[in-house]
Design a protein around this ligand. Structure first.
Ligand code: ZN
Length: 179
């Protein structure tokens, strides 16, 4: 069984900006390891700490090259444009075409506290942008245009995804908000 349950849309923790990681220690490493197990179990290619209720700026990912952790990640360069179908473990079972930069350069720290720079293209670049959005309290629904977002919210309600609080939520300009 996965060590964590993944928080879903409507959970306020997904709307918070997560705090910088200030201590990289064994506890953080264990947390990252448990997040990877949770991610593989889902299954997914990325999981950000807020998705398991931890308001810290790090995420785990694996796009086929083994599980890795990035701490305090920042995108320092981005280029191009790529539209691709994107889903989220916190909005289970749904996906949308979303346009994002195609390539990014990410700077962050690894679990040893060393600074790392990762050049990413296509799927990995998308994964990085999606996970950093989570650290900023942004869900992929906010990357949709207003019309698509309205439809998406209706679908989410109809499917009964997330806490009942969602039932009263209406999309607002610039991103939907929940009470
Ligand atoms: Zn996600």
């Amino acid at each position: 069984m996965a060590p964590y349950s993944i928080r879903v849309v409507g959970d306020p923790v997904l709307r918070q900006r997560a705090a910088e990681v200030t201590t990289i220690d064994g506890r953080l490493a264990k947390l990252a390891e448990d997040m990877l197990v949770t991610m593989y179990d889902a299954p997914g290619v990325g999981l950000a700490a807020p998705q398991v209720g931890v308001e810290k700026r790090f995420f785990v990912y694996d796009v086929g090259e083994g599980g890795r952790t990035l701490i305090n990640p920042v995108i320092t360069e981005s280029d191009g444009e790529w539209t691709y179908e994107e889903g989220c473990l916190s909005v289970p079972g749904l996906s949308w075409d979303i346009t994002r930069p195609k390539q990014v350069l990410l700077t962050g720290l690894d679990l040893d506290g060393n600074e790392v720079q990762v050049e990413a293209d296509e799927l990995l670049a998308r994964c990085f942008q999606h996970e950093i959005d989570h650290l900023d309290g942004i869900l992929l629904l906010e990357r949709l245009d207003a019309d698509t977002r309205r439809k998406a919210m209706r679908t989410i309600r109809d499917l009964g995804i997330g806490p009942s609080v969602l039932a009263d939520a209406e999309p607002k300009p610039g991103g939907f908000s929940l009470p």
